[in-house]
Design a protein around this ligand. Structure first.
Ligand SMILES: Cc1cc2nc3c(=O)[nH]c(=O)nc-3n(C[C@H](O)[C@H](O)[C@H](O)COP(=O)(O)OP(=O)(O)OC[C@H]3O[C@@H](n4cnc5c(N)ncnc54)[C@H](O)[C@@H]3O)c2cc1C
Length: 499
């Protein structure tokens, strides 16, 4: 078969995945990445002997045998990698000494919640039963939904009807609103912190609980320091080519057909098919000059909410946090303003589950705060004030943590603050968003965005900007699906291999 060429912008998980499946299917692919390493948002960085894990708190598909696990195997991402499946997902510490523990095991979660609030038993039974039903379904990911015909659609409906019915019911109510059904004041406050995002639907939370119950939302030891490089290696082994420090400035178009890319240094590369797995806004409005969009796409960028950008504080502490859970949320007696927003809680991730993150006897702690993009964008104009604000936040977080863990302030060996503009600078993501379009009632499936643009031939998009809800598995699936669509249009049978 004639070897067609595909050029891909972006070596995040979606771009790497598109590249791998392109190579498996006989295309000659090249990836152009603006940064000097693979992974995009799925990244980590080293500071003073500590590794700061910027992603991969949980990886859907960590369980061998699950559908998503097969995709990770095809991408060479999980072979030989130890997965940590935690007993607890999250712990919320109450003011009066009460503790709400989100156990991965649904029976344990249900009994624990009933002990906390016996009067709320019917509500607790209702949502844990729904999560249990969801956990029975390992949704098929083999075929891109865009390629579903009548028969596929009917089969999908018949096989997954109870699940789909649950989803359509539970997406109507947000986690915040559902929490109001608890009569216990502590649960009313603590429950929304499990998915503390405005407008996040209960259906999304049920899916998280279902993956935890299936033991398929684990943490890959080594984190993003090793995870994207193993997919990059798979891509190179398949014969792909990656160019780093190669930002795509423009997608070249002739007669409404994408024909290549122009890099920021002016060099041009030609290809038969172009995929952008880079930021959606930059792709549509900068690389293509806003020439290929319709009212629907314009409305997404004007109105759909985004996952908030983050202020990410990492601390290297000369201390062990043995037997501590991986993620604890504390209420703050006095709200504090961090990152341009009032914060009422302090969530701490304790990296004691991965010995590769810190030297022996030491631990990385992380706290994340939803932040205000404009605040940071403006502050960045003044490098001195920007730096001072980062230092102030680190001091503030250390002081808050010292109240919880006395002596901690004197044990800090490393401090690192990343802001929304850090993410924007390194990954190009619009407004520094951590995960693209927010999961809401509106953007929850069956809502779908097109992977093509109106009027533009030979061009596709992949990744979190065409997959609301984002996430690492979705990005990998997006790259796989886009290649299935290309194969179908090119009259090729889509094939996969597993190393
Ligand atoms: C703090 C944090 C924690 C997270 N935790 C989890 C988690 O636990 N589990 C989970 O599933 N997801 C998590 N996510 C979300 C997940 O990381 C993302 O949704 C996913 O990695 C997005 O992948 P992507 O390939 O679609 O996009 P990106 O990762 O944004 O990749 C796009 C790539 O394109 C490159 N690029 C941009 N512009 C250009 C250009 N002009 N030319 C060339 N290259 C360009 C970028 O540098 C980048 O490498 C987290 C995200 C953050 C920020």
């Amino acid at each position: 078969m004639e070897e067609k060429s595909i050029l891909i912008a972006g070596a995040g998980i979606a771009g790497l995945s598109a590249g791998c499946y392109g190579q498996m299917n006989g295309f000659r692919t090249q990836i152009f990445e603006r940064h000097d390493k693979p992974g995009g948002l799925c990244t980590s960085w080293k500071r003073q002997g500590y590794t700061i894990d910027g992603c991969l708190n949980w990886l859907v598909g960590s369980r061998p045998g699950d559908n998503f696990h097969r995709i990770w195997e095809e991408l060479g991402a999980v072979q030989g990698r130890r997965m940590v499946e935690r007993e607890e997902f999250l712990r919320v510490q109450g003011r009066g000494g009460k503790v709400f523990i989100v156990y991965s095991d649904l029976d344990r979660l249900r009994e624990h919640m009933k002990e906390l609030a016996p009067e709320d038993a019917p509500v607790i039974e209702e949502f844990t039963k729904a999560a249990r039903t969801c956990a029975k379904y390992d949704l098929p990911v083999d075929k891109a939904p865009e390629l579903f015909g009548m028969i596929d659609g009917t089969w999908f409906l018949i096989r997954n009807f109870p699940f789909l019915r649950l989803m359509s019911k539970w997406k109507q109510i947000t986690v915040q609103d559902y929490a109001q059904r608890f009569s216990d004041p502590f649960l009313r406050e603590a429950f929304p912190l499990v998915a503390n995002l405005p407008g996040f639907p209960m259906a999304g939370l049920l899916m998280i609980l279902a993956w935890l119950q299936r033991r398929s939302a684990g943490y890959p030891v080594g984190g993003p320091l090793h995870f994207p490089p193993s997919i990059e290696q798979r891509y190179l082994d398949l014969g792909g080519q990656i160019h780093y420090r190669a930002p795509v400035a423009e997608i070249l178009v002739e007669h409404d057909k994408a024909v290549g890319v122009r890099l920021a240094d002016g060099t041009e590369h030609r290809g038969d098919i172009i995929i952008s797995a880079a930021d959606g806004h930059a792709t549509i409005f900068d690389m293509l000059g806003g020439k290929y969009l319709d009212r629907k796409i314009r409305a997404y960028y004007d109105h759909l909410p985004l996952f908030p950008p983050l202020v990410h504080v990492a601390l290297g502490v000369n201390r062990l946090f043995e037997k501590m859970p991986a993620h604890v949320v504390y209420p703050l007696d006095e709200p504090v303003t961090i990152g341009g927003r009032q914060q009422n809680h302090l969530g701490v991730e304790i990296g004691n589950f991965d010995p590769t993150l810190a030297p022996p006897g030491k631990t990385v702690l992380k706290t994340l705060f939803a932040a205000d993009y404009e605040y940071w964008k403006t502050l960045r104009q003044d490098p001195k004030r920007y730096q001072e604000e980062k230092e102030r936040i680190a001091d503030q977080v250390i002081s808050l943590l010292d109240q919880r863990y006395p002596g901690l302030a004197g044990q800090i060996e490393m401090r690192d603050v990343a802001t929304p503009v850090t993410w924007e600078r390194y990954t190009g993501n619009w407004q520094g968003s951590m995960e693209g379009w927010m999961t809401t009632k509106k953007t929850f499936p069956p809502f779908r965005m097109s992977k093509t643009l109106p009027g533009l031939k030979s061009f596709y998009m992949a990744g979190q900007w065409v997959e609301p809800g984002g996430g690492v598995p979705t990005a990998a699936l997006s790259g796989r699906n886009v290649m299935q669509i290309i194969c179908k249009r090119d009259r090729r049978t889509f094939v996969t291999t597993t190393p």
